[in-house]
Design a protein around this ligand. Sequence first.
Ligand SMILES: Cc1cc2nc3c(=O)[nH]c(=O)nc-3n(C[C@H](O)[C@H](O)[C@H](O)COP(=O)(O)OP(=O)(O)OC[C@H]3O[C@@H](n4cnc5c(N)ncnc54)[C@H](O)[C@@H]3O)c2cc1C
Length: 409
Amino acid sequence: MKRYVIIGNGVAAAGCIEGVRSLDPRGEITVISGEAHPVYSRPLISYLIEGKTDVGRMKYRPDGFYEKNNCRVLYGRLAVSVDAAAHTVTTDDNAVIEYDRLCVAAGSRPFVPPFEGLDTVKNKYTFMTLDDALELDAALTENSRVLIVGAGLIGLKCAEGVKKRVKSVTVCDLADRVLSSILDADCAAVQKHLEENGLNFLLSDSAVGFDGNKAFMKSGKTVDFDILVLAVGVRANVGLVKNAGGEVNRGIIVGNGMAATLDGVYAAGDCAEGYDASVGSKRVIAILPNAYMQGYTAGINMAGGHASFDNAVPMNSIGFFGLHIMTAGAYDGEMLDEGADGVIRRFFVKDGLLKGFILVGGTERAGIYTSLIRERTPLDTIDFDLTKKAASNLIFSQDIRRKKFGGVV
Ligand SMILES: Cc1cc2nc3c(=O)[nH]c(=O)nc-3n(C[C@H](O)[C@H](O)[C@H](O)COP(=O)(O)OP(=O)(O)OC[C@H]3O[C@@H](n4cnc5c(N)ncnc54)[C@H](O)[C@@H]3O)c2cc1C
């Protein structure tokens, strides 16, 4: 009987379990779960703070998932080392677990810069896990002045989550705009929308030090706060594979079958650096659907099957106070602007292929654009002029529609 070990218990791990079980109903699966919770949907932690969901409804798989899949889960345990030659993982309670196939699905961790005086701040939080959210939730009061360092996706989702429950929310960032990694300079309308919903911004400026409940900004300003949230960025958890001699860059380097460069070892999800079809090279794509697909692919191959995942593209589909934003791919090539009346529709085309897009408002059926990037559809085979204005399945020939959508359209 094959012995499978999975490090991490997030969405990539769930995909891996399902991938393994699709081919091997009997092998032994051990999941080493740093968090003390069954797999949950991480993007929902801001909705939990906002009161729009609860812990029960955040579950990514129903109760009984691990029992049904016959998995042994070591909750609250960390893998501390991998011995790639001996095929063993050692945990923080000194247990040595043998594997035939290992999947590292350890995600990422918040990056906290060494701010001067950070140790003097009593109420400081990061915003990655369910436990982070529960701790922050318990600290919020209607008089709280919240300072969030980082105007990226995580910082802004946190800001939206806490807004109605506190006195004020200020978000600062060294970048000159919000969501700087996915929006371009012309998307100032997004910041305006967030400000209209009560968020305050300090951009092109950021905290450089703290003294108790006071932040010192790069510009020389000071900001008084009661609660500090650090959402500067994340780092992929590559250490276990790196220390075992595997190849890592920003993430653990994997091939299209999710095999890492160590015998019997695979990696999936936010810790892995796999093929990005929009740029044609390897990148960490830290989004939930990618984590699941990489985990599932790894699982199939760990169980002896043959699966490949070579059409991943970075994409974000997010909403802030009712404004929907969807972005995908790389902002590379000629930019075609189709926006009007406050709606942003921006497409990037290179070598006759759609490489990326930014949609703010008007995101209906945007999955069609993502599929054009993913499948590298030559734009001269569809009516792209029509498609830029409104996505429709009718841009594909009847034959292709039948293949894509099973003859439903
Ligand atoms: C606030 C927020 C909002 C988000 N919103 C979106 C969104 O709208 N859309 C989207 O697609 N994505 C979103 N994401 C990203 C998405 O949640 C992640 O891409 C996805 O959860 C990654 O899954 P994973 O399984 O790779 O990693 P994780 O979910 O991070 O799971 C990894 C697990 O491994 C554990 N671990 C780490 N090291 C060890 C070790 N040594 N031993 C044992 N266990 C270990 C960790 O504790 C963790 O539980 C959001 C993320 C956050 C934080």
